[in-house]
Design a protein around this ligand. Sequence first.
Ligand code: C2E
Ligand code: CA
Ligand code: CA
Length: 703
Amino acid sequence: MKGIDAMDNFDNFLFSGQDCEYLDVETYHRFKTLVEESLIGICIIKNYKLAYMNPKFAETFGYCQDEMIDKDILKLIYHEDIEKVSNNINRKIEGKIRKIQYEFRGVTKKGSVIHLETLGSRVNFHGVPSVLGTLVNISEYKKVKEQLRMAHKVFANTIEGVVVTDSEGNIEWVNPAFTVITGYNAEEAIGKNPRILKSKRHTKEFYKNMWDSLIENGQWQGEIWNRKKGGETYPEWLTISAIRDDRGNVVQYVSIFNDITERIKQEESIKYQANHDALTGLPNRFLYKDRMLATIAHAHRYGEKFAVILLGLDRFKRVNDTLGHASGDKLLIAVAARLSEVLQEDDTVARFSGDTFGIILKEVKNVDKLMFHVNEIFDKLNTPFNIDEHTLHITASMGISLYPLDGIDCEALIKNADTAMHRAKELGTNSYQIYTHSMNEKAHRWLSMENEIHKALERDEFILHYQPQVDIKTGRIVGAEALVRWIHPKSGFVSPGEFIPLAEETGLIIPLGEWVLNRACSQNKEWQDKGLPKILMSVNLSTVQFKNHNLISGVKEILNVTKLSSQYLELEITESNAMLDADFTNKKLCELKEMGIRIAIDDFGTGYSSLAYLSTFPIDKIKIDQSFVKGIPQEKEMMAIVKAIIAMSKSLDIKTIAEGVETKEQIKCLEELHCNEIQGYFYSKPVEPEVFEKLLMSGYIKK
Ligand code: C2E
Ligand code: CA
Ligand code: CA
């Protein structure tokens, strides 16, 4: 075969073996240009061989034309598509079809696979039925189409709403999620402006900022409230992106959004839970502090005052212990409701913990106003509560600190109100205390004291003083009350009223109480061994000691070690202590009684319990509290009380002793009322052991 160049090749194509004399030169060139410069690949396949191909055809497969002439066409086809292509060629050649358009995959010179679309027609070429084919490389198109298909699938199935608008903002396309969220279906939305979704929640400025950002950055993202078809507004998280063409002009906007109603609800619920007490629904300590910070800022700015109140329910534990926690919870809920009722809208009431509530009172222009509100709170709580068929009488203790007098920050104000509340509790139930600086000093002293009590026990800094208890008829010393004293190396004498409560709080009362009991018992035994008159030794037991599991065994041990006979030991427990848990008290007292120890009820009359009820306990003696004794014989009311206590005790066969007796008149009066014994400064203050020993030696005291 002669060498065929491109020109021969084309002539071959054009004339197909026919005479070319009828074709003028101009037409020939026009036609040649058309075919040779076509952007579409053109070829003639004769006997499965390439009889002609234009440059585009060769280029599509990565060859030059010369290399391709007479090339086996099937070698250019991807193996999986060979059958399909050869079938189509055959059908054309056999005249079954004239034209056919289809896609197939070809293989380039370098071996890569390309997607092609071809249109083939049957022609006669040099008398042989052949195929005239055109061909386009559609690889790129296929890739883009696939990407589009994927994108469409993703957008159609995403739970996020998608809106595509043109550059003017007319909606062109929406996805199904758009319909689910907004209620507008595609027909209703397409052609409209997204303004159909606009709520009235945002200002013009908001939308202006959004557009500014879109224009400047090509994107806007944020939370926006929109309106559904039904009119309901909802929050959504929205991202709008501008789509630009090659020249940078915006052609479309794509908005993607999701309804964040649930998320916001959840966030709000989490925020609520973090700031509120689960039981009562009141603000908790954190929110309380937040509110206080705001109140401080306001008060600071306008030179105002406000009060911080800590309110603790008195003996709430007793409700829990006797009626159960469920009732206790109901009571707390009811208390919370009443506190909320009594306070102004501007004020805050929060639950701090357990039975403690925190209040911020804003209207405290003067003390009268403050007292008015405080009394309102007391009144509100003092109305009995009906909980589970029980009528509960509740009292509360309040500690008050004032801004800016008692502190200018949350911590100081709360701490000082707390100190004041504890002071109120100490002084008795249903009362309030306003914080003063001296109380703070006291608290400081307390704190440093805790450490020192420890050391004092080690260093033997405690001593016992004894106060005689005298038979009113004979003037004979029948007993001694052991009262502890602390001789502090620096501060000197520290009164038990100061360190006993702290020792109770810290548990140090247990070793201290043991020391006292031990010392008092051995002292009594020493006196007996010296041949002095045998007397009763009274030792005070604190609540903590009384509740301690080791009480009985501890007392037994001390009696054993000191060898004091139990009949010479009397334990004093206060009335309020005895009343805390009647069953427990009864059990413990019986056990002590069985050991032969005597029991006295201290500070009687201060706990408002009935003597008849108390007498169900195995008690030997009632100690009439000093506060009543002080008032006799002048105060009628005190006289009546003391008289009643003595008469009742007599009838119940319980002895009586009057405490704090300081005058002759008191003694005379008590004698007439048939009180059994006397204790007080009139006879003797509590004195050191040596002094007491001398008193005891004579056995009697001046009468
Ligand atoms: P209390 O048991 O009521 O003790 C009587 C208190 O009254 C004693 O105060 C005593 O000094 C005082 N007193 C006695 N006679 C008179 C009087 O005629 N006039 C006046 N105005 N006061 C009188 P003290 O020694 O300061 O003790 C205070 C409280 O400390 C005691 O009250 C008791 O509750 C507690 N305490 C003292 N020693 C101990 C102890 O060893 N253990 C425990 N747990 N508590 C103790
Ligand atoms: Ca006592
Ligand atoms: Ca007493």
